[in-house]
Design a protein around this ligand. Structure first.
Ligand code: FRU
Length: 513
């Protein structure tokens, strides 16, 4: 090929692939760092009216690197303020995932002058040991803060839990267990979960193991969580386990078990494998500590298959919206449900509803509404002001439906296939997808509910859709990179005339980034 022609071709290819010139894809409602790499949420806790989100962070680039704990705070789970980096790597290694507790009774003894210590329990990952192919390079350590999470001191006695020779030995999630009046650590140990207990966060005793022969095992087990949920007066224990790879639609995903934790062992109620979210982009999610009766989860809205190569330039990765967890019964058995936390339906400043709910007036027509400025002139509603930010809910008798999010060039379709009784998100023509061969795909999720109506709740925010079906029994989260952002949402279904409770909300972006 003549040199000049080749050159021209290259320019055209580059122009198509130049996300820097075509928008940053930065979400407006979801937390994302202003710059650099982020993965798992860590050490989340609530105290004195403030939510603290720490996260796996590499301030030296937009790909995974030596891990720090980044930090952000929020009063309402939506408007996040980035704070200075909380934890830096040290002589014991990188700071991998973990949790934080509000040690009200000063069991750790870190408290001074009546100040409540916040204690972070995290994995130290020694890159030298890893290189030398040792087996014990991941250990559990502590850091504490006496100014409510703003500055941290590493414990001089680290590590507090040494490695018995297990290569993957990480991601401690610690909660206070009322039954045994001790702290319980839920730890990912390769292909199973190990439970430990401690009176003071410093001395740990092994309680038991769970899961070697149960659940999905397509990859390593990571980032677990264990917490009680009450349903119809009965207490159940839920164990979350992220796996990578081995997710139902490829790569990373989070499975869960329901059963009992008697203070020593986790006893599953059955042997069914269940997933908290069937989309490809909700990983390493855990709950926020110290939230009283509420159980609120935030996950990392990406997938290890392609997280490092998504077409964002300055920043990498966002968190999911906060989700409230509960239980619902289907055929006499409890299942986990997750729904957007109630804060999502509110304005940031005055606690007003986010946007207006509009009544459905024209039942016989295909419903169309625009997400950009101005009226489309078609039946429907103007939603947000060029922000590609919307919430939509409706319910209908069990029937095929699809909601298409689109611009003139690309689309993502969220829907239900009655014949196979499955929901889906199809991002085959979603936008930029050349950064990973398997990105352009349709993802499937089973319908778990047996209700004769399907309820749908969707939240779209520039580069993501979060899809909560049947009150959160089936959930899917997917990201996409359309250029320009989607401006239109279209709902169609054979059962259009029986749609009820249709609400479309114009969402108000959170504080400027
Ligand atoms: C999960 C994970 C954790 C680990 C961290 C490292 O995404 O692999 O198991 O602690 O990321 O950044």
């Amino acid at each position: 090929m003549p040199y000049r022609l080749l050159n021209l071709l290259l320019v055209i290819i580059l122009a198509i692939n130049a996300p820097a010139q075509t928008g940053q894809f930065r979400p407006q409602l979801h937390f994302s760092p202003t710059e650099h790499w982020m993965n798992d949420p860590n050490g989340m806790y609530y105290n004195n009216g403030v939510y603290h989100l720490f996260f796996q962070y590499y301030p030296g680039g937009t790909k995974w690197g030596p891990m720090h704990w980044g930090h952000a705070t929020s009063k309402n789970l939506l408007n996040w303020k980035e704070e200075p980096i909380a934890l830096y790597p040290d002589s014991l290694g990188y700071i991998f995932s973990g949790s934080a507790v509000v040690d009200k009774n000063n069991t750790s003894g870190f408290g001074k002058n009546g100040k409540t210590p916040i204690v972070a329990i995290f994995t130290h990952h020694d890159p030298v040991g890893e290189k030398e192919k040792r087996k014990d390079y991941q250990v559990q350590s502590l850091a504490y803060s006496l100014d409510d999470g703003m500055t941290w001191t590493k414990y001089a006695g680290n590590p507090v839990l040494k490695n018995p020779g297990i290569v993957d030995f990480r991601d401690p999630k610690v909660n206070w267990n009322k039954k045994i009046s001790k702290w319980v650590m839920t730890l990912a140990t390769k292909d199973r979960i190990s439970f430990y207990s401690s009176p003071n966060l410093k001395d740990w005793t092994k309680l038991s193991e769970f899961g070697e022969t149960l659940g999905a095992h397509g990859g390593v087990w990571e980032c677990p969580d264990l917490f009680p949920l009450t349903h119809k007066g009965k207490e159940y224990w839920v164990l979350l386990v992220s796996i990578n790879p081995g997710g139902p639609n490829g790569g990373s995903a989070t499975q869960y078990f329901i059963g009992d934790f008697d203070g020593k062992n986790f006893i599953p109620a059955d042997t069914t494998t269940r997933f908290m979210d069937y989309g490809t982009d909700n990983y390493a999610g855990v709950t926020i500590n110290n939230t009283g009766d509420r159980v609120i989860l935030i996950g990392w809205m990406s997938n290890w298959l392609y997280a490092e190569s998504v077409p964002t330039v300055k920043w990498r990765s966002a968190m999911t919206l906060p989700r409230e967890l509960g239980l619902k019964e289907v055929n006499g058995k409890p299942w986990l449900v997750s729904v957007p936390a109630k804060e999502v339906a509110r304005l940031d400043k005055n606690d007003q509803p986010r946007g207006e709910e509009k009544a459905l007036t024209k039942k016989n027509e295909a419903l169309k509404w625009t997400m950009d400025k101005g009226d489309s002139g078609k039946p429907g509603w103007t939603l947000s002001e060029g922000d590609s930010l919307m919430r939509l809910h409706f319910d209908l008798p069990v029937n095929d439906f699809n909601v298409t999010l689109s611009n003139t060039k690309s689309k993502t379709v969220v829907g239900f296939d009655k014949e196979s009784n499955r929901f889906y998100i199809d991002r085959t023509e979603g936008g930029i997808d050349n950064f990973y061969p398997g990105f352009a795909k349709r993802h499937w999720a089973p319908r778990i509910s047996t209700n004769d109506r399907i309820s749908v709740n969707l939240i779209v925010d520039v580069m993501s859709v979060e899809f909560f079906a049947d009150g959160g029994l089936t959930v899917m989260t997917d990201i996409f990179f359309p250029v320009p952002a989607y401006t239109l949402a279209t709902l169609s279904s054979a059962g259009l005339q029986q749609i009820q409770n249709l609400g479309t909300y114009r969402l108000i972006p959170t504080a400027a980034k």
